[in-house]
Write a protein that binds this ligand. Sequence first.
Ligand SMILES: *Cc1c(COP(=O)(O)O)cnc(C)c1O
Ligand SMILES: [Zn+2]
Length: 429
Amino acid sequence: MSIATDRATDQSPATDTGLREGAFGNAIALSCRECGHEVPLGPHYACTECFGPLEIAYAFPDVTREQIEAGPRNIWRYKALLPVPDDIEQSPNMEPGFTRLLKAHNLGRELGIDNLWVKDDSTNPTNSFKDRVVACALSAAREFHSKVFACPSTGNLANAVAAAGARAGIKTVVFIPSNLEQPKQVNSAVFTDSLVAVNGNYDDVNRLASEIAGEEDGWAFVNVNVRPYYAEGSKTLGYEIAEQLGWRLPDQIVIPVASGSQLTKVHKAFQELIKLGLVEDKPYKVFGAQATGCSPVSVAYKAGVDAIRPVKPDTIAKSLAIGNPADGIYVLDICRETGGAVEDISDDEVREAIVLLARTEGIFTETAGGTTVGVLKKLVETGQLDTSLETVVINTGHGLKTLDSVSGTVGPAATIEPSYAAFTSSGIV
Ligand SMILES: *Cc1c(COP(=O)(O)O)cnc(C)c1O
Ligand SMILES: [Zn+2]
């Protein structure tokens, strides 16, 4: 597995392709994660030699903590480490990032973890971490002069693409599985007149998107043909966690896994910070979280195998319901190499964890966050997580998007007549 490396070259391949000088900042090429083959920066995502996934390679200049700290309180404070132009702040987008890192005293006490933090990405502009990746994809789409900004989505991505496209003035077309939660459908449709509900699961929607991307010119599918640029946005979660801890890496981190992109990029971010000398080099463990109803990576982890067998998702954690995860094998590598693990929990445990986080920390998470917090709990109970080490858990989305998942679990403790007598006999106090 390769990560972005510093490279001694002044020649940006970008200049041969008609792209604006500096269009991708310090990025210098697309590099195959499998065979290392390099191609010039462009709207490509698969290696022409081996069909492996392409990722961004950089020639980073010296970057200091002071430079970053002087930047805006959003992801563009890390623009030197992203494939975006230096003038990115001039272009309208959702300006996500720099979300709060909260010390979780109560949840930590409940789970027996001494030093626990919640990175709360539900406060991004469209209430999930997807605003980060979409901001980077939008920048790429602009530089490629794309006409249409599009995505196949498990829900949150559709919300983020539709909103960012509206603000940027680019036509958006977003594709979702037709059985998606109603709030996520409305949260997209309010921003775009081109929400397409497909009768199929996410993997069907994704296949359709790849077909359209191959047929239509000028479409930027954020997680298909501009995926290398999109994926880099997840690194900002890792940068922020390190900066907010006082330029330090945590000892353990628990991250939800859908395609696996976020987990691999948080790890990449930590490695880049070490390489750039912005944090001290130290070991850390990465843990992946899945719902049992869609747990192909967890199944492979537990079986001790390298290959991931695709599944048909059946879980309330719809934003994690990717049965054939593109980055699943890299998640396995990272979790094994760092001494972490991949774990999964039932839908009932997801619901319980949503309520647990809400009642201990005042944070309402969606099913993906319920999955992550529930897996954290299970990792403690099964002895896979060291409760004496500093631990971060990522909340990736807001509970208002998946209200139905807990509306049968929580509700009024009593329904009474408007009298003091009725109240005192209700058993509430
Ligand atoms: C998309 C998503 C994830 C995981 O994304 P991957 O990078 O595909 O693994 C996690 N949580 C939420 C809420 C999401 O929408
Ligand atoms: Zn290759």
